[in-house]
Design a protein around this ligand. Structure first.
Ligand SMILES: [Zn+2]
Length: 307
């Protein structure tokens, strides 16, 4: 499925080589090496817009200051080493401000992602998710001692108990439920406006994708579904989810909505959805997900008979 924002990361993550600290250090020392700084998880972007890569010397003061929390190795772009560096440390505020310049600023990741060249949003997703994980895993979950990055930042290690810790990705199922010629969309409780989207929820431990779809739809909308079909997936770096898009067929159209989770849920006809999509997502009394979200692609595919 094309056009899924945050997918299509072109980098070669060099998973085998990055285990070697000397190899990673040599990549950072290459004159061509480039670093993407992120301030409070917002990436440096240019007006173009594109990712605002800098060379290593431009960030050397920050790199020196952060010590062990060196730039995270993201991968190779046609052989060019690419790194990410978080500059959110309070001691780096002045430096972070100095990086802003004519045509270069900290971008809102969600707003900027759909505007970036193909693949760049995928690099942004990787950088954002992994930096967020590092920022929140300075202590060992096994023994409480401090941890330090390993393998170019693809993991952290505890020197006290020897445990290794790896960034996690949280799988979320998002499913468009269909019944005859209608699909089910809902407005989440406490959500602003009249935004309607597909049902979604985190996969629980010991659960398959299909089981999570069936459980979530039953819990939130009181509908039994079968025939769960995988559509496409999307990295969603807020902070580190993987959205797993599916279609499912409802056994009936009676709804029993869980008011804790959803304000409303109802069936929409194909004609209603087609009209709303043609109007940029604005239907009568509701709005549909924008193309940045996989929900948009689920709805569009269903509407066009590709479910
Ligand atoms: Zn430990």
């Amino acid at each position: 499925v094309s056009g899924i924002v945050f997918s299509g990361n072109p980098l070669d993550r060099a998973s085998n080589q990055r285990r070697d600290a000397d190899w990673v250090a040599a990549r950072l020392a290459e004159p061509a090496a480039r670093v993407l700084p992120l301030h409070r998880l917002r990436p440096m972007v240019t007006d173009a817009p594109s990712l605002g890569w800098l060379d290593v010397p431009a960030l050397q003061p920050a790199i020196d200051r952060l010590g062990a929390e060196a730039p995270i190795f993201l991968g190779l772009a046609d052989g060019v080493p690419c790194f990410a560096l978080g500059v959110s440390d309070p001691a780096l505020e002045e430096l972070a401000a100095s990086l802003e310049a004519e045509g270069r600023s900290w971008g809102d990741p969600r707003a900027i992602a759909p505007l970036l060249p193909p693949g760049d949003a995928g690099v942004l997703a990787q950088a954002r998710s992994v930096l967020d994980w590092h920022a929140r895993h300075g202590f060992c979950a096994a023994c409480g001692a401090t941890t330090a990055p390993r393998t170019g930042g693809a993991s952290r290690g505890c020197a006290t108990c020897g445990a290794s810790h790896f960034p996690r990705t949280d799988p979320v199922v998002i499913m468009l439920v269909e019944h005859e010629d209608r699909c089910l969309l809902a407005h989440g409780a406490g959500r602003p406006g009249n935004f309607h989207s597909a049902l979604a929820g985190f996969i629980e431990p010991g659960e398959s994708i299909e089981e999570a779809v069936q459980r979530e739809v039953w819990e939130e909308a009181g509908v039994r579904v079968r025939d769960v079909r995988y559509f496409a997936s999307q990295p969603w770096p807020f902070p580190a989810s993987l959205m797993i898009g599916c279609f499912a067929r409802a056994e009936g159209d009676h709804l029993d909505v869980d008011q804790e989770e959803l304000e409303t849920a109802r069936w929409f006809t194909r004609a209603e959805i087609a009209a709303a999509l043609a109007a940029g997502g604005a239907g009568e009394g509701y709005t549909l997900p924008q193309p940045v979200a996989i929900a948009h692609h689920l709805v569009r595919a269903w509407c066009e008979g590709r479910s």
